[in-house]
Design a protein around this ligand. Structure first.
Ligand code: NAD
Length: 355
């Protein structure tokens, strides 16, 4: 039996995780995966019930699970809650508690949606890349000083540091990811300026000796930011540190045309967590119009990376492609000439299209 902890969270979280669980249950029937689901609270919903954004019970259940499916947390309702109790704190607590050291963000543009991208159709048709971002190190977790006075001048500073084991761990995951894809890995750094980047580059170059079947190249982050706009099809897997990954993964997400479509995986030492890249969208919560595809594609990643059920993962991805090719669109990706559908109908169509 494979236990999946579901954390709907706030806003549209329940609507989209309900959809993904419905799809997973159908896939379970077809592929005999023996899935079991347990639902737990986090975020504002947990704060309202227990006075905490991440109750111990939720974190403990995640640690014991085979995988976690997460909706989204946050909303204006909790704007005045103390910083350490805000719903978004649940995400940091899960990252720390589960040792989520890598974030995987695939960007694959369905042919039916190339016109939704802000880039020219010929540039995005066929884009299929994954950004592997280091998630628990670098400048976001280094020492910092909010304010100090030296020689009468106020300054602040943040320290970037990476160790060889930290780079090795994320690089191994990136090489393994490239191996099961098209065998191409681009490491992104700023080695012409930063010492941490030079250590990053040395470590990855050395590790490449163990992965002769993966072609490695290095790019400076400023060049990578440009290349994602001018020729995103050149990339297969991109690996980078926390700060550069934060920025590049949001840039790459835009290529897909709507944040409602984008999935992600956070790979952990104990359990991995899967969630759409968008937030709780309080503006559309409860209206039944949220796009569930990002969450359903996150469920496909869960099957691929945590349960190694590749065939089942592909079945979900193909069902979404087919639903889009049939002309069905949720409001966020709708344009004239297509058939507008809500969350429930989109889920129904995707289930119908499962091979
Ligand atoms: P958001 O991603 O929730 O919404 C941005 C815009 O995109 C909104 O107009 C929303 O309606 C639309 N949108 C988002 N997901 C959609 C979907 N599936 N289908 C259709 N439209 C969709 O970002 P925001 O408005 O800046 O943040 C709202 C709340 O979510 C805040 O409290 C924020 O802190 C939180 N947040 C949580 C996470 C997370 O849980 N991982 C991530 C980002 C933001």
């Amino acid at each position: 039996m494979k236990k999946i902890v579901v954390i709907p969270g706030d806003g549209i979280g329940k609507e989209i995780t309900d959809s993904a669980v419905e799809v997973l249950k159908k896939v379970d029937e077809k592929f005999k995966l023996d899935l079991e689901f347990e639902t737990y609270d986090a975020g504002g919903t947990a704060y309202d019930k227990f006075g905490l954004p991440l109750p111990d019970e939720t974190l403990d259940a995640c640690k014991k699970a085979d995988a976690v499916l997460f909706g989204a947390v946050g909303g204006n309702k909790w704007d005045n809650v103390k910083a350490e109790l805000r719903p978004e704190r649940a995400i940091l607590g899960l990252r720390k508690g589960l040792g989520l050291y890598a974030n995987l963000r695939p960007v694959k543009v369905a042919t039916a949606l190339v016109k939704n991208s802000p880039l020219k159709p010929e540039l995005v048709d066929g884009v299929d890349l994954v950004i592997v971002r280091e998630l628990v190190g670098g400048i976001y977790f280094g020492d910092r000083c909010e304010s100090e006075i030296k020689n009468g001048v106020e300054r602040a500073w943040d320290l970037e540091n990476y160790s060889v084991p930290e780079v090795d761990r994320i690089a191994k995951l990136a090489f393994e990811t490239a191996k099961i894809r098209r065998g191409k890995l681009t490491s992104v750094d700023k080695a012409n300026v930063l010492a941490t980047s030079r250590l990053w580059r040395r470590t990855i170059t050395k590790l490449a000796e163990n992965y002769q079947d993966v072609e490695l190249n290095h790019l400076y982050v400023d060049n990578c930011a440009m290349q994602l706009c001018v020729n995103p099809k050149q990339f297969d897997v991109i690996v980078t540190g926390n700060l550069f990954g934060d920025i590049l993964s949001d840039e790459a997400a835009v290529i897909g045309g709507s944040i409602g479509l984008m999935p992600s995986a956070s790979i952990g030492e104990l359990t991995s967590l899967y969630e759409p890249i968008h937030g709780s969208a309080p503006d559309i919560a409860g209206k039944g119009i949220a796009n569930p595809m990002g969450t359903i594609l996150s469920a496909a990643m869960l099957l691929r990376y945590s349960l190694h059920a590749e065939e089942a993962a592909k079945a979900i991805e193909s069902a979404i492609d087919k639903t889009l090719a049939e002309g069905y669109r949720t409001a966020d990706i709708y344009s004239e000439g297509f058939k507008k559908i809500g969350t429930a109908e989109a889920t129904e169509k995707i289930i119908k299209n499962l091979q």
